[in-house]
Ligand binder design. Structure first.
Ligand SMILES: CC(C)(COP(=O)(O)OP(=O)(O)OC[C@H]1O[C@@H](n2cnc3c(N)ncnc32)[C@H](O)[C@@H]1OP(=O)(O)O)[C@@H](O)C(=O)NCCC(=O)NCCS
Length: 181
C-alpha cells in the first residue's frame, strides 16, 4: 500500500470489478481517456481484474482510495513496464465524479511517480493525453512533466481524429521538483 495525506493506493481486490464496470460505462470518463471506447460487461471486467491481480508482470495497476472512509474512487497505473530502458507509461482516472477537482488526481500522481522512481528504479515515466483535456494537462505540467511532442490525429474517437500530446518526466526532474508528497 502507498499511503498519502488524503488518499492511499492499494492492489485491486476481486470485488472491485463491480465499481470498475460502472466507471468504464460512464461516457463522461471514457470520453477524456486517450484510448478508444470499448464495450464492457461485468463478466469481462471480472476477468480483467483477475488478470491484473494474478497474471500481469508488465503493468502496475492500483486502486485509489480515500483515507477517511476507504472509498475506492479511481485507478492509477504504470503500464508497459520496460525493465531494460526503465520506462513506464502513466495513466489515471478518478471514477467517482463527485470527487473531481479536489486534488485527488494530483496527489495520486505524485505518489505513483515517487513509487516508480524510488521503489521500481524507473528512469522515464511518460503519458499521452488528449489535447483538449485541459485539467489533466494542467496537472501534468504542474508536477513537472515535459511535453515531448504531438502525435498528430492519432486517435479516432467520436467521429473525429484527435491529437494526443506525449509528455514525460525523468527521475532527476522528479527529484528536483521539491513538492510535498
Ligand atoms: C482528469 C482527472 C484525472 C482530474 O482529476 P481531479 O482529481 O479532478 O484532478 P485534481 O483535482 O487533482 O486537479 C485538477 C486541476 O485541473 C485544474 N483545472 C480544472 N479545469 C481546468 C481547465 N479547464 N483548464 C486548466 N486547468 C483546469 C484545476 O484547477 C486543478 O488544478 P489546481 O489544483 O492547480 O487548481 C479527472 O477529471 C478524470 O478522471 N477525468 C476522466 C479521465 C481522464 O481524463 N483521465 C486522464 C487521462 S490523461
Amino acid at each position: 500500500m502507498i499511503i498519502g495525506e488524503r488518499i492511499y493506493l492499494r492492489a485491486f481486490e476481486l470485488e472491485d470489478y463491480k465499481t470498475l464496470t460502472k466507471w468504464r460505462n460512464d461516457r463522461d470518463i471514457t470520453k477524456s481517456l486517450g484510448g478508444n471506447y470499448f464495450f464492457v460487461s461485468s463478466e469481462r471486467e471480472k476477468k480483467w481484474i483477475e488478470n491484473s491481480i494474478f497474471n500481469d508482470e508488465h503493468n502496475l495497476r492500483l486502486a485509489i482510495c480515500l483515507n477517511e472512509n476507504n472509498e475506492y474512487i479511481g485507478n492509477v497505473n504504470l503500464t508497459n513496464l520496460d525493465w531494460i530502458n526503465r520506462n513506464a507509461e502513466f495513466s489515471i482516472f478518478i471514477g467517482e465524479k463527485k470527487y473531481w477537482g479536489k486534488g485527488y488526481a494530483t496527489e495520486s500522481t505524485k505518489l505513483i511517480l515517487d513509487f516508480g522512481f524510488s521503489q521500481r528504479n524507473l528512469y522515464r515515466i511518460y503519458l499521452t493525453v488528449l489535447e483538449d483535456n485541459k485539467s489533466a494537462i494542467h496537472i501534468y505540467n504542474k508536477l513537472g512533466f515535459k511535453t515531448e511532442g504531438v502525435l498528430r490525429k492519432s486517435l479516432f474517437k467520436d467521429n473525429k481524429y484527435h491529437n494526443l500530446i506525449i509528455m514525460s518526466i525523468l527521475k532527476e526532474e522528479f527529484e528536483n521538483c521539491n513538492y510535498e508528497l
